[in-house]
Ligand binder design. Structure first.
Ligand code: PEP
Ligand code: MN
Length: 337
C-alpha cells in the first residue's frame, strides 16, 4: 500500500502519520521528493483501512500495490535509484561499464586486463574469485587469493571491483574487501544468502536466475531490500529457452519491463547471455539503445587460454572498438558513457 501525501506538508505531520501507521504493525518507508512525497507501507496491511488514512488532511490518496515486491517497486520510489559505489555511480544518466575476465587467474592477468579496460574507459573491474562451475572438476577460482589479486588490480588502476559471492560465510570478507558484491544466476534464490546481504550496506549486483521470471528476480531483490540494504542493481544475463544456438537467450524485453516495474538500475551481461564473443557487441549496443543502465562484459587478453568462458570473452582491442560505438548509441538516446 502506498500513501501519497499532499504537497508541502510539514515534517512533524508526516512523522505523526508515520507513527500512527507503524502502530498498526506495518513498516513505513518514506520517500520525500520535491514534487511528491509518499509513504510506502510494507508488511501485513490487511488490517489497515485505507479510507481512514484518506480521511487525514495531509493525504492525497491511498493506493494498493498489486505486485508482491514493495521496496523494489517503482510505485514506492518514482525516481530512478542511483547506486553509489564510493563515488562511482550505477544508474542515472551515465552508463556503467563493468569489464574484466570471467575469472582472476594470476596477478599479471588481472592487472594487465584492468589497466587495459581502465584506459579504454571502463569504470568497474569484474573478475570471479569464487566460481560456480557446473563440473566439480573445472577450475573453481583462486578464492581468497583471487580477492587479494583483485585488490592489487584496484590499487593499480583505481577501478572498483565487482566479484561474485557464493556463500553467506564469506560476507564479512567480501564486505571488507570488495566494492560491489555479485550474486550469480545460480544463487539468485539462495534466500539465506540474500537475507544476510540485506544486513550490510554494500551494493549488490543481483543476476537473474537461469529460469527466473522478472517477478522472481524482483522478489529476490526484495529479500535484500527488506533487510535494509537498498543498494541493489539488477542484471539481465540471459535465460534458458528451447534455443540452444546461444548459451542462453538474452531477454531484451526485460530491460524496459524492469525499468517500468522497478526503480533499481538494470545492467546487462551480453557475455553470459550469448556464450559467443562475436555476439557481445551487437547485443551490448541493443541493450544501451533500449535503456540499460550498464553493461558487464567479459574481457580477456588471451581468450583462447582463459581458464573460464574464453569463447564468450572479447579482447581489449574489441572492447575498445565497442566502447567507441556505444558512445554514439548512448548519445542518440540521451545518455553518456
Ligand atoms: C559470471 O559473471 O562470471 C557468472 C558466473 O555469471 P552468471 O551467474 O550470470 O552465470
Ligand atoms: Mn563467466
Amino acid at each position: 500500500m502506498i500513501v501519497i501525501l499532499k504537497q508541502k506538508i510539514e515534517q512533524e505531520k508526516i512523522i505523526k502519520l508515520t507513527e500512527e501507521l507503524e502502530a498498526q504493525g506495518v513498516k513505513v518507508n518514506p520517500v520525500i521528493g520535491t514534487e511528491i512525497s509518499i509513504l510506502g507501507l510494507v508488511g501485513d496491511t490487511s488490517r489497515i483501512d485505507p479510507s481512514k488514512i484518506e480521511a487525514n488532511t495531509i493525504v492525497e490518496k491511498v493506493m494498493h500495490v498489486q505486485e508482491p515486491f514493495k521496496k523494489a517497486n517503482r510505485m514506492f520510489h518514482p525516481d530512478d535509484t542511483i547506486v553509489d559505489v564510493n563515488g562511482a555511480k550505477i544508474g542515472g544518466n551515465k552508463i556503467a561499464m563493468i569489464a574484466g575476465p570471467c575469472s582472476v587467474e594470476s596477478e599479471i592477468q588481472i592487472t594487465e586486463i584492468a589497466k587495459d579496460v581502465k584506459e579504454i574507459g571502463a569504470n568497474f573491474l569484474r573478475g570471479g574469485a569464487f566460481k560456480p562451475r557446473t563440473s566439480p572438476y573445472a577450475f573453481q577460482g583462486l578464492k581468497y587469493d583471487g580477492l587479494n589479486l583483485l585488490k592489487v588490480a584496484r590499487e593499480k588502476t583505481g577501478l572498483p571491483i565487482v566479484t561474485e559471492i557464493m556463500s553467506p560465510y564469506d560476507i564479512e570478507v567480501f564486505n571488507e574487501n570488495v566494492d560491489v558484491i555479485q550474486v550469480g544466476a545460480r544463487n539468485m534464490q539462495n534466500f539465506d544468502l540474500l537475507k544476510e546481504l540485506g544486513k550490510i550496506n554494500k551494493p549488490i549486483l543481483l543476476k537473474r536466475g537461469l529460469s527466473a521470471t522478472l517477478e522472481e528476480l524482483l522478489m529476490s531483490a526484495e529479500y535484500i531490500m527488506a533487510g535494509g540494504n537498498e543498494n541493489v542493481i539488477l542484471c539481465e544475463r540471459g535465460i534458458r529457452t528451447f534455443e540452444t544456438y546461444t548459451r542462453n537467450t538474452l531477454d531484451l524485453s526485460a530491460i524496459p519491463a524492469l525499468k517500468k516495474l522497478s526503480h533499481l538500475p538494470v545492467v546487462v551481461d551480453p557475455s553470459h547471455a550469448t556464450g559467443k564473443y562475436w555476439m557481445v557487441a551487437p547485443l551490448a549496443k541493443a541493450a544501451v539503445a533500449i535503456g540499460a543502465d550498464g553493461l558487464i562484459i567479459e574481457v580477456h587478453n588471451d581468450p583462447a587460454h582463459a581458464l573460464c568462458d574464453g569463447p564468450q570473452s572479447i579482447k581489449p582491442s574489441k572492447y575498445e572498438k565497442l566502447f567507441e560505438e556505444l558512445k554514439v548509441i548512448a548519445n542518440a538516446v540521451g545518455r553518456e558513457i
